[in-house]
Design a binder for this molecule. Structure first.
Ligand code: ZN
Ligand code: FE
Length: 254
């Protein structure tokens, strides 16, 4: 099976994603940052919306559910925590579940930490992952609800996907992530990537999607165990190295 992914910017720095199962023509939107924008894109593409796939409960991810469901009749699929916005998903999913969009199967991957119930959606046949606010290009989500152990385990589940996996992150935070990454890591591969990132942003181009292989090689959060000694942390567990990098990013001004 193959899918077609349509990505577009919305709100101040979110991306909207529409994904179509090519065999049946059925489409899903991943998160609902901006109902008006998503409905306009759907209409322009002429796609029929079957599913809304939520990654987590934040309003810039699930806030447009009701309006899009009312306009399209799509089924809302997401973690239980989405009910915090007032309406539970039609189908509640958690790690290990499978969701079918036409003939395309998405595996639900538990990815809590940014919020406790955050999930990602992985289409193994096409090697495409929608990771919400868990993994960003050169970054990761802030720990609003979870502990570093939980977020580290979530990032490791994503890092275990095939290197060629195309990773759709929910925000364009890459330039600011790149400035932080350069402050903690002097790896040549990172330097080369950040040069490309700054040039792309100057041209107004997106830096999403990324790939698992590229993030494993250059993302300072995934590389935390290797960066920890430079930060004065020796012999600490990996999740503690990760926590130190996350804290440094939270405090970073640049
Ligand atoms: Zn969020
Ligand atoms: Fe977000």
């Amino acid at each position: 099976m193959t899918v077609t992914v349509h990505q577009f910017p919305c709100l101040s720095d979110n991306y909207g994603f529409l994904v179509r199962d090519d065999a049946t023509g059925l489409a899903a939107c991943v998160d609902t940052p901006d109902a008006g924008a998503i409905l306009r894109e759907l209409k322009a593409l002429g796609w029929k919306l079957d599913l809304i796939l939520n990654t987590h409960w934040h309003p810039d991810h699930a806030g447009g559910n009701a309006e899009i469901k009312a306009a399209t009749g799509a089924t809302v699929v997401g973690p239980q925590e989405v009910e915090r916005l007032g309406q539970a998903p039609d189908r509640i999913v958690s790690g290990g579940d499978a969701v079918m969009l036409g003939r395309t199967q998405f595996e639900v991957i538990e990815s809590g930490g940014h919020t406790l119930g955050h999930v990602a959606y992985f289409d193994a046949a096409d090697k495409v992952a929608f990771v919400g606010d868990t993994l960003f290009a050169l970054g990761c989500g802030r720990l609003f609800e979870g502990a570093p152990e939980q977020m580290w385990a979530s990032l490791q589940r994503l890092a275990a996907l095939p290197d060629e996996t195309t990773v759709y992150c929910a925000h364009e935070y890459t330039a600011s992530n790149a400035r932080f990454a350069l402050s903690v890591d002097d790896d040549p591969a990172l330097k080369a990537r950040t040069d490309e990132i700054f040039a792309a942003r100057e041209r107004g181009e997106p830096t999403v999607p990324t790939s698992i292989g590229l993030e494993k090689a250059t993302n300072p959060f995934l590389r935390a165990p290797r960066l920890a000694p430079k930060m004065g942390l020796v012999g600490v567990p990996d999740h503690q190295a990760f926590a130190a990098v996350r804290q440094a990013k939270d405090a970073f001004k640049g």
